[in-house]
Design a protein around this ligand. Structure first.
Ligand code: SAM
Length: 219
């Protein structure tokens, strides 16, 4: 045991619900060896995304911000056999590592990594998606939300990570990531087509939050 009670409990939960598994731990090792930053979601967060995707029977998934493909694998594993996932990554080195991760997980046929800036790629995508996970640069979150609402089917889910920023969303930070998260939360809370909440999270990734929104049924 080490760190705060929140980290220790996070490790306890992960040890119960996300047993160590070679493919996922290899992804993290290869990512570190390739010099990628350790900003993947945690195992417990991955399991939570997996469960949300399963519960919503998501068959078509879009992810913004691939990194090494760790969250992509959790989401990709939740899809049925004929599911399709598109993940957008601006950094070609990250995208290369992610393609290796997806191959190792046996998901290369169902999960496509698109290299580019999400704001350039999104206008060319056609919906509907069942679930969209936003986890790229935070300053563009408000713009990502506009695209996500356009691309998600009624009843579908829009998820966004890192929207609490260790509580910095309470203050007047000039950090573009905090400004982006605050504007995103505001837009999410007041969007007429969405029902949403932010779940505050503490644990091995520090203090942050995940936004969960459902697109209202049509009519
Ligand atoms: N979802 C990943 C996971 O949990 O395994 C972590 C994603 S990491 C927090 C954010 C990723 O978004 C980085 O790989 C970064 O290169 C990418 N990114 C940053 N700006 C982007 C942009 N404008 N368009 C697409 N990807 C971007």
């Amino acid at each position: 045991m080490s760190g705060s009670i929140f980290e220790d409990v996070d490790h306890y939960i992960d040890s119960l619900f996300t047993p160590d598994e070679d493919v996922l731990s290899d992804v993290l090792q290869r990512a570190a060896a390739a010099g990628l930053p350790d900003i993947h979601i945690s195992p417990g967060q991955g399991k939570f995304l997996y469960l949300l995707a399963k519960m919503s029977r998501a068959k078509r998934i879009l992810e913004l911000g691939t990194l090494a493909g760790y969250s992509t694998i959790w989401l990709g594993r939740a899809m049925p056999e004929d599911g399709e996932l598109t993940t957008i990554e601006i950094d070609p080195v990250h995208a290369d590592v992610a393609r290796g991760s997806l191959k190792a997980a046996g998901l290369e046929a169902s999960c496509e990594v698109v290299v580019g800036s999400a704001l350039d790629v999104l206008p060319g995508l056609t919906g509907p998606f069942d679930l969209i996970f936003i986890d790229a640069n935070k300053e563009s979150y408000p713009a990502y939300l506009t695209h996500a609402v356009r691309l998600t089917r009624p009843g579908g889910l829009i998820l966004a990570d890192n929207v609490v920023r260790r509580g910095a969303v309470l203050g007047n930070s000039m950090d573009p990531a905090v400004i982006g998260a605050k504007a995103f939360n505001q837009a999410l809370a007041s969007h007429p087509q969405l029902e949403a909440i932010v779940l505050q999270q503490v644990g091995r990734k520090g203090h942050d939050g995940l936004a969960i929104a459902r697109v209202k049924d049509a009519g």
